[in-house]
Ligand binder design. Structure first.
Ligand SMILES: [Zn+2]
Length: 254
């Protein structure tokens, strides 16, 4: 049985409301050693903490996603700080920049991003970076702040992947690695060293082939690992072991 870690998931999502408490123990019994569930907003960060408290094998990260920049409350920094004090909090995230949709104020997104990078620095925690259609601005901020952490659901160029690794950070690959048109992600996975790669589902999103269109859960990482193993010329077991070790190293899991 393949044993692996899901380094990025959203189990507070309503897509899991009907069977969350049946599904999570099953996943753990079937090879998912640990799961990190990630906050995106104030409420989802609190929900992520509650899940990590309930399940031994789960950890969480509190953070405010850039898409929340227009609606976040003034008290978000205090909330992130206090949730980071939880024994199962392993990082600040997900945080970053997302210029995909119109109607966002870039300056506001940057302020939200930087303020959370500063919290992570102060607490010596890694960060989980969301970077979508905003590579230049995100990289500029990462170069300046030099956090430890991971750029998750990586879809940038191989050159950007190499720069992220050069900054001492990790790259997270989702089920998108299995897509036929995932040329950039595949090239990035080819170019960067195995000891800098994490695997993640970003579930319930980013369902890998052959399940596209269905709800994603952590068991589907097996498909991402198999693809990664092909790219790196190793066995899926070796890919699972290496990425689990990388995840433990970055987030200090025991
Ligand atoms: Zn995510």
């Amino acid at each position: 049985m393949l044993k692996y870690i899901d380094s990025h998931s959203h189990y507070d999502d309503s897509a899991f409301d009907e069977d969350r408490d049946v599904l999570l123990p099953q996943l753990h019994e079937n090879g998912v050693m640990n799961i990190i569930t990630i906050g995106c907003s104030e409420s989802s960060s609190k929900a992520a903490a509650a899940l990590a408290e309930k399940y031994d094998f789960m950890y969480f990260a509190p953070g405010i996603h850039p898409e929340e920049s227009n609606t976040v409350s003034d008290g978000y920094k205090e909330l992130i700080l206090s949730l980071c004090g939880h024994r199962k909090a392993v990082a600040v995230g997900e945080i970053g920049l997302d210029y995909h949709y119109e109607g966002y104020d870039k300056a506001r997104q940057k302020e939200l991003f930087v303020s959370q990078l500063e919290i992570a620095k102060r607490l010596d925690k890694p960060v989980i970076i969301h970077m979508r259609d905003a590579t230049a601005d995100t990289m500029e901020i990462l170069r300046k702040y030099r956090p430890k952490g991971v750029v998750h659901c990586f879809s940038g160029s191989a050159e950007t992947a190499e720069e992220v690794v050069g900054l001492g950070m990790y790259i997270g690959f989702t089920g998108a690695l299995t897509f036929k048109n995932a040329r950039k992600a595949i090239e990035s996975a080819e170019r960067i060293p195995l000891d800098r790669i994490l695997v993640e589902t970003d579930c319930p999103y980013m369902t890998p082939e052959p399940f596209r269109g269905k709800r994603c859960d952590s068991s589907m990482i097996a498909y991402t690992l198999t693809r990664l193993a092909e790219i790196k010329g190793i066995t899926p077991e070796q890919a699972a072991e290496a990425t689990a070790e990388n995840t433990r190293r970055l987030f200090g899991l025991n």
